[in-house]
Design a binder for this molecule. Structure first.
Ligand code: UDP
Length: 325
């Protein structure tokens, strides 16, 4: 099988490419390197089953040809990272909506399966925890640019599900929760590589808000296995799935674990949200998935707990050349 991965030079995309190649498949990648990096796929270049193009998805003839030549598209290319979204909302909305529209349009023409990577952000400020796939979206005001990411991804979900219903496109929507592991960088606000890098540098570890907000972190290789299994499961088509870990931890607890593991001398500093992001910034208080649907369909179960994830990620950051963060 030949797979196309949009955003394949990104953190999750590069792990997905690696795993598909290891399973004997052919992989093509398109990435404009806006948040991805060529170093993420450097080790894949010698593989004869691997090809990549550095270009934008807005290059429609190229995208159409790549889709034509593959059996399944993993559509991961998107503007991601809360910091990036707050700083560049126009780029976020345009990239996410336009890119997805093009992928769906061309995949529908050729009846190629699309696995669309959506986000847990679409649950917004909902206080009904854990989040289940059929829950309401509770998004904040359009004056708060942070919600433009969730809204743009929600439009993408509507579009993918509409293509599935109306044009019989085999599409699967996957809502990714916080994913972590080697090659993730802290530039765009990702908390674990940020905390580890800060601790390695002697601190301080910067906790935003009061640190009582919580997240569930899933190891990237578990996420990749889930994505591949969903792509291979016919009954997943036309449906939406949460994908992530349901082991919840507060950001204060996370900071304490990183300090303990990486550098017990590092200080932990609390920074108000207004200062960390923008005035009036609204964080998601708790973000925990109900993973019973994906568990019952494909037997999904995370294999790594937070301590193992932190150890693996810290080892990677320590051993990488130092130019990753
Ligand atoms: N966060 C933090 N310090 C940082 C970066 C992030 O306290 O240097 C917090 C952030 O405010 C959020 C959580 O960590 O509550 C997870 O942030 P991240 O950007 O990794 O992902 P999110 O879950 O917000 O998409």
């Amino acid at each position: 099988m030949r797979y196309l991965i949009t955003g394949g030079a990104g953190f999750i995309g590069s792990h997905l490419a690696e795993e598909l190649l290891a399973r004997g498949h052919c992989v093509s990648v398109i990435d404009n390197l806006s948040t991805g990096s060529i170093t993420n796929i450097e080790h894949l270049k010698p593989d004869d089953n691997f090809t990549y193009v550095i270009d934008d998805m807005a290059n429609e003839p190229l995208l159409a040809e790549l889709i034509d030549n593959c059996g399944v598209v993993f559509h991961l290319a998107a503007a991601v990272g809360v910091k990036l979204i707050v700083d560049s909302p126009v780029h976020t909305i345009e990239t996410n909506v336009y890119g997805t529209r093009l992928v769906l349009k061309h995949a529908a023409k050729k009846k190629r399966k699309v696995v669309f990577a959506s986000t847990s952000e679409v649950y917004g400020k909902s206080i009904k925890v854990p989040f289940s796939e059929d829950d309401d979206m509770v998004l904040g005001s359009t004056k708060k640019s942070r919600w433009s990411y969730a809204a743009s991804k929600a439009v993408d979900e509507f579009l993918a599900l509409s293509y599935a219903k109306e044009k019989k496109l085999p599409a699967v929507v996957v809502r990714l929760f916080n994913t972590v592991g080697p090659r993730q960088v802290g530039h765009y606000g990702m908390v674990i590589p940020t905390f580890i890098t800060q601790a390695l540098a002697g601190g301080p570890i910067t906790v935003f808000g009061d640190g009582t907000q919580s997240r569930c972190f899933c190891y990237v290789k578990d996420v990749v296995s889930g994505l591949i299994s969903l792509s291979e499961t016919e009954t997943a088509v036309g449906d939406v799935f949460n994908l992530g870990s349901d082991e919840e931890i507060t950001i204060n607890e996370l900071a304490a674990k990183v300090r303990q593991l990486v550098n017990p001398a590092a200080k932990i500093e609390h920074i108000p949200y207004d200062q960390a992001y923008e005035e009036g910034f609204e964080d998601m208080r708790r973000r925990k998935p109900d993973i019973s649907k994906i568990a019952s369909l494909i037997g999904f179960k995370p294999t790594k707990n937070i301590d193992e994830i932190l150890t693996l990620t810290a080892d990677y950051i320590r051993n990488s050349s130092g130019d990753r963060n």
